[in-house]
Ligand binder design. Structure first.
Ligand SMILES: [Zn+2]
Length: 327
């Protein structure tokens, strides 16, 4: 099978040499249970450039596959492999239509009515797992059904700017989970040009200030859910909406033909995704198409032309650094 310049099987076994991000999650929750106050700062798309920050110890992990935000947060909040939780990408088939998860809206942005926890997050939540401990979640998406159900049992706080993180009283909580949507947004749009560099330096400055105010005895973790790669060549998807995600991956019920993507049976990825439940195939389809280097899947009707993308298997997309600082 073609793609990434080498055989896909070799690529998968190469990636399996890295520790898996869910192993980090297990250790993190064990530390919280044993009484270490912990704060995790997730910066969407931060990827694997944290060793240059020189703020603490850095470990490199393989994130989930597909290397995208919904896949990651479903795994982080449930502790399950993507093949088991069956939320593989942003756009998925649900009750005969294609919807976006999170935030659980229709493809044209309308809220879905009558969503239950069983629809949105049918798993045990971290706050329930850590019963007796105080868990807080800070996110700009405090009102979304995904936040409400995936963090059920936690106190949720809405943040509107990075600076809000400096006004929070961390001493009251055993475990704080923070989500911030940059630098993913900027990388998609501007790749690594000036706006992205500005946001990254702002994040670094914020982190330095933040470390001064967290109480002694706190473990702070900084990481991204995935990284991004540069991709400005189109693989056009016909007018029909299919499940897709970070731009580098698309799913099909029938085997499609592309000259600039490798198309594989979903089972090929079980070493990375865990055993695949039938529900995952029902929602996404049996065939995964992965865009070649520098290519992106693009709906004809999409107005935006992002140049940073993710979802695939390049080092830039799938390897993430975890920075740990113990105060
Ligand atoms: Zn993204």
């Amino acid at each position: 099978m073609r793609g990434y310049g080498i055989y896909l099987e070799d690529r998968i076994s190469e990636l399996l040499k890295y520790p898996y991000i869910l192993e980090w999650r297990e250790r993190l929750l064990e530390n919280v249970k044993s009484g270490r106050r912990s704060v995790v700062l997730f910066f969407d798309g931060l990827g694997n450039a944290l060793s240059g920050w020189r703020l603490g110890s850095v470990e490199r992990y393989r994130t989930v596959f597909p290397s995208s935000t919904p896949t990651f947060f479903y795994s982080f909040y449930s502790g399950l492999d993507p093949g088991q939780h069956c939320f593989l990408e942003w756009f998925m088939k649900w009750k005969e239509e294609i919807i976006a998860v999170p935030p659980w809206v229709t493809s044209d942005g309308k809220a879905l009515s009558e969503l239950t926890k069983k629809d949105v997050f049918p798993f045990k939540t971290i706050p329930k797992l850590l019963k007796g401990l105080n868990v807080a979640g800070l996110t700009p998406f405090a009102d979304s059904p995904f936040t409400k159900y995936s963090l059920a049992g936690a106190s949720i706080f809405k943040i509107g700017a990075l600076a809000d993180l400096l006004a929070f009283d961390y001493s009251k909580w055993d475990f704080v989970i923070v989500y911030w949507p940059s630098p993913d947004r900027e990388l998609h749009k501007y790749w690594k040009s000036k706006p992205t560099r500005f946001i990254l330096s702002e994040i670094k400055r914020l982190v330095r200030e933040f470390l001064r105010l967290v109480p002694m005895g706190t473990d702070v973790y900084i990481l991204g859910d995935h990284g991004q790669t540069y991709a400005n060549k189109d693989i056009s998807l016909s007018g029909k909406l299919v499940p897709t995600g970070g731009g580098r991956i698309a799913f099909f019920g029938e085997e499609p033909e592309f000259s600039n993507a490798c198309v594989c049976d979903i089972k090929t990825f079980e070493p990375l995704m865990g055993s695949i439940r039938r529900l995952a195939i029902k929602r996404y389809g049996r065939h995964i198409a992965l865009a070649d280097k520098e290519y992106r899947f693009q709906y004809l009707w999409y107005k935006t032309r992002d140049i940073g993308h993710h979802g695939g298997l390049t080092d830039e997309e799938i390897l993430v650094d975890v920075l740990r600082i113990s105060r």
